[in-house]
Design a protein around this ligand. Structure first.
Ligand code: 4AD
Ligand code: MG
Length: 466
């Protein structure tokens, strides 16, 4: 069977073309009377739209099969494209053959063509890609991933794959998932009575990575400009619409680059991604604007066209203090910004993305470069409306003595990071990078309210079904 994608049939093919399409039935209407006909709406995932297949009574299996079709059945239809009589589509397929590939029980099929809540569909995560919303999310996520590789490849960045199993805690937050093959019922013990991880698979304690940055830095300090694009894991107990325990992160790292250059790349990068979505996902974006968030296309268009706001953390604290707002989390220099503060800055003060720089050292990880004021580090967060932080990055500490001191202050043992420190011993250079959360990017681009609905199988506290 040579199959034509419904996207291609609808976009480019003239009336009269003979072709075969295959997909899953969305709806069926059976016309009774003297000239019985069935109208079968078919979706194959190649686009949002369905192709209407008109099945005439002359089909040999018309009574035995076609009239018994229901939502969820898979079919292959061969016929000719004809001008559509009905509203809503230019062409339809007049079938000369309609083969039922797989039946779906109409009584039990969970994703009927009616409104389902996103909560309900999360429990049907294996079938939700057959709905309009999740088909569209999946195609936009794909377009974003492609645009990300395209952006870096066009600029000569080298894609590197950093390890998923690691012994180091990049963010220093201790929110890591342990990787172990020890039998919890029979843990080996040291003479002191502690668990003896020397007997574990890797001969030491290991975890799922929270970030590929440290290893990414080693490759940047050899190949110049690199990026990673892979899964990362955080065992933080945050049940919010913006946190996942397993999410995908893109981490560029650039040698001979400072914080300003890092911020320039971040801004160009986000603009490239959103422009790609606007031009390549028109049908899906129109769907999101109509059904999910009516501002979403205007927002992306505005962001792609206007410069981001740049200011320091200290300036932001000043604005927040003078806002006259009553905050749930009080403002004080030295404290982390909460989503309410980030949203106020992006939505009410500037109405565009904001790059905040030079955060207090005490709320940022050890690897960020110390500023001369002794209080702040060369950090940057990119904040966007509705989501808050979408990118976190920094210039890295390239001075060996300063870095060792910072590690000790963070209760990290420098000898555990000997290889990371070697970069500062042998040909150290100023370098900088950042991490973009893929799911927050998809969320922002589509207007989807909950991060659990922009990844196929969300992993969150208490939930790892599928
Ligand atoms: O700010 P984060 O923790 O930065 C790092 O991990 C650095 N090592 C990145 C670097 O400089 N190479 O995370 C970066 C981004 C956040 O801005 C956010 O978009 C996303 O990753 N992120 C999450 N997304 C979903 N669920 C979570 N639990 C996330 N934690 C971070
Ligand atoms: Mg961060």
């Amino acid at each position: 069977m040579k199959r034509t994608l419904i996207k291609d049939a609808l976009a480019a093919m003239p009336v009269g073309t003979e072709l075969t399409v295959a997909g899953w039935v969305r709806t069926v209407r059976n016309h009774k009377g003297t000239h019985p006909l069935s109208f079968v709406n078919l979706n194959d995932g190649s686009c949002l739209a369905t192709l209407q297949v008109v099945a005439p009574a002359a089909l040999e299996n018309f009574v035995s099969e076609v009239q018994r079709l229901s939502a969820g059945c898979s079919v292959a239809a061969t016929g000719r494209l004809v001008a559509s009589q009905g509203k809503g589509q230019a062409v339809e397929l007049l079938a000369s053959r309609l083969r039922v590939v797989g039946w779906a029980d109409a009584e039990t099929y969970p994703v009927q063509q009616k409104h389902h809540t996103f909560e309900f569909l999360r429990a049907q995560a294996h079938l939700r890609p057959r709905t309009n919303t999740f088909g569209a999310v999946t195609r936009v996520r794909n377009a974003i991933s492609f645009a990300i590789h395209e952006f870096f490849q066009q600029r000569g960045f080298v894609y590197v794959n950093t390890p998923i199993i690691t012994a180091s805690d990049c963010e220093g937050a201790g929110q890591m998932f342990r990787v172990s093959t020890l039998d919890p019922a029979k843990l080996p013990r040291t003479p002191e009575g502690n668990v003896n991880f020397a007997e574990d698979f890797f001969g030491r304690q290991t975890y799922l990575t929270v970030s590929g940055q440290l290893e990414g830095e080693t490759y940047a300090c050899a190949l110049g400009n690199v990026y990673t694009f892979g899964p990362t894991f955080r065992a933080e107990n945050s049940n919010t619409p913006r946190h996942l325990a397993e999410f995908w992160m893109i981490e560029p790292e650039m040698a001979f680059c400072d914080l300003a250059g890092d911020a320039d790349l971040a801004e160009e990068f986000l603009k490239h991604i959103f422009t790609a979505v606007l031009t390549r996902c028109r049908e899906d974006m129109a769907f999101f604007a109509e059904h999910i968030d009516k501002t979403v296309i205007d927002t992306l268009t505005h962001i792609a066209a206007s410069p981001f706001e740049r200011l320091s953390y200290t300036q932001a604290i000043d604005i927040l203090t003078r806002s006259g707002k009553s905050w749930e989390y009080p403002i004080a220099w030295g404290g982390d910004l909460q989503t309410e503060h980030e949203r106020y800055l992006t939505e009410e003060v500037f109405n565009k993305p904001v790059i905040l720089t030079d955060y207090p050292a005490q709320i940022k990880p050890f690897y960020m470069r110390s500023n001369d004021d002794g209080k702040t580090v060369a950090a940057m967060d990119v904040l966007v409306p509705k989501i808050g932080e979408i990118i976190g990055g920094s210039q890295r500490e390239e001075r060996l003595d300063v870095l060792v001191e910072k590690m000790k202050n963070s209760h990290l043992r420098p000898e555990d990071y000997w290889w990371y420190l070697d970069l500062r011993r042998y040909g150290t250079v100023e370098h900088a990078g950042f991490g973009l959360g893929l799911e927050r990017t998809v969320q922002f681009a589509t207007g989807m309210a909950n991060i659990r609905d922009v990844i196929p199988y969300p992993r969150t506290p208490g939930s790892a079904e599928f």
